[in-house]
Every structure is written in structure tokens, then in C-alpha cells.
Design a protein around this ligand. Structure first.
Ligand code: GDP
Ligand code: MG
Length: 177
């Protein structure tokens, strides 16, 4: 974890989007610092975090952008999307509304971002399986229809967080290299 002093072959900007409180900041904290907090404050200030990893013998610096509490519709500005080569579209599996808003986020993304952007749909908080409100099948079907990667994660117990980032970063790597 962290950025070792090493030569960087690629820098990939990836943006996190989705409704407030779905776990975007905790997914990022888990990926960038292997941390998790149950009472995470609304994101203030910090624009992005980085982690450098090796993909197919190349050093890839992932620069992951987190919305600074601007999750209201249309509040995320085009500057946020500028230069992004990947996007993680996050909903909370225990809150149906956050999944129902995904088409809206996708529309925003497609309006502002590069048309070749790699997108993964993420259903977070799988540790709360007993409160599940979004069937895996519904999300899988939506992702297939829209041509998105799809994974369910838990930032709390770290399930699939690494895999989700690696899926996006490897796909981007394969496109640009
Ligand atoms: P954001 O607004 O999308 O950035 O959401 P946060 O990352 O701030 O998380 C919102 C709340 O959900 C916080 O209380 C987190 O601790 C909690 N949370 C985030 N991810 C998970 C998870 O995977 N499981 C559980 N149980 N809670 C989570
Ligand atoms: Mg946040």
C-alpha cells in the first residue's frame, strides 16, 4: 500500500460516483489505505487519493477521485469527469433508491466523460445481506444491458474491493497499452 518511490508508466484517473452514503469514500479508503470507518464524515476537501500498483510488469498509478459531498443530481461538475478513463458507479444493496438512481448517474457520466471510459457498477455493503433490497440478478441484468462490468463489494470487510479496482484498471491498461 502507498506509493513507493518508483518510476510510473501510467497514470489513470478513475472517478467514484453514486448517491450519498452508498460507501464511495469507504471503498476508496479501503483501496488506498486499507482503512474503514463506520462513522465516516461526509467527504470534505480531499479530491483524490492515489495508489500505485503493478499490472503486467508496468507501474500504474491509480488516481481515484471522490465526490466532495456533491452527490446531488447535476452538482458534480464536468471538471470532475475531465480526463477520467474509468468510473465506479456505486449503489447500496440495502437501499433500493440508490440503485434506481443509477441510470441517472450513467446518463450524467455519458454526457460529461470520454465515450470510451471503462465503467463498473458496484453494489456495496454485502456484509448487510439480511437487509438486501436489490437482488444481484437485477443489477447483473442492468449491467449487461448497458455494457458495464459489475461486482458486489463490502468496504467494511474488504470483499471484492481490490478486485473491483483491478477489473477497471486492467481493462483500461489493456485499452491504452
Ligand atoms: P459516501 O457518501 O458514498 O462517500 O459514503 P461513505 O463512504 O461516507 O459511507 C456512508 C456510511 O456507510 C458510513 O457510515 C460508512 O461507514 C458506511 N459504509 C460504507 N461502506 C460500507 C460497507 O461496505 N458496509 C457497511 N455495513 N457500511 C458501510
Ligand atoms: Mg463520501
Amino acid at each position: 500500500f502507498g506509493d513507493a518511490a518508483q518510476k510510473v508508466d501510467y497514470v489513470f484517473k478513475v472517478v467514484l460516483i453514486g448517491d450519498s452514503a452508498v460507501g464511495k469514500s469507504q471503498i476508496l479508503a479501503r483501496f488506498a489505505r486499507n482503512e474503514f470507518s463506520l462513522d465516516s464524515k461526509a467527504t470534505i476537501g480531499v479530491e483524490f487519493q492515489t495508489r500505485t500498483l503493478v499490472i503486467q510488469h508496468k507501474s500504474v498509478k491509480a488516481q481515484i477521485w471522490d465526490t466532495a459531498g456533491q452527490e446531488r443530481y447535476r452538482a458534480v461538475t464536468s471538471a470532475y469527469y475531465r480526463g477520467a478513463v474509468g468510473a465506479m458507479l456505486v449503489y447500496d444493496i440495502t437501499k433500493r433508491q440508490t440503485f434506481d438512481h443509477i441510470p441517472r448517474w450513467l446518463e450524467e457520466l455519458r454526457a460529461h466523460a470520454d465515450k470510451n471510459i471503462v465503467i463498473i457498477l458496484i453494489g456495496n455493503k454485502t456484509d448487510l445481506e439480511d437487509q438486501r433490497a436489490v437482488p444481484t440478478e437485477d443489477a447483473k441484468e442492468f449491467a449487461q444491458k448497458e455494457g458495464l462490468f459489475f461486482l458486489e463489494t463490502s468496504a467494511l470487510n474488504a470483499t471484492n474491493v481490490e478486485t473491483a479496482f483491478l477489473t477497471v484498471l486492467t481493462e483500461i491498461f489493456n485499452i491504452v497499452s
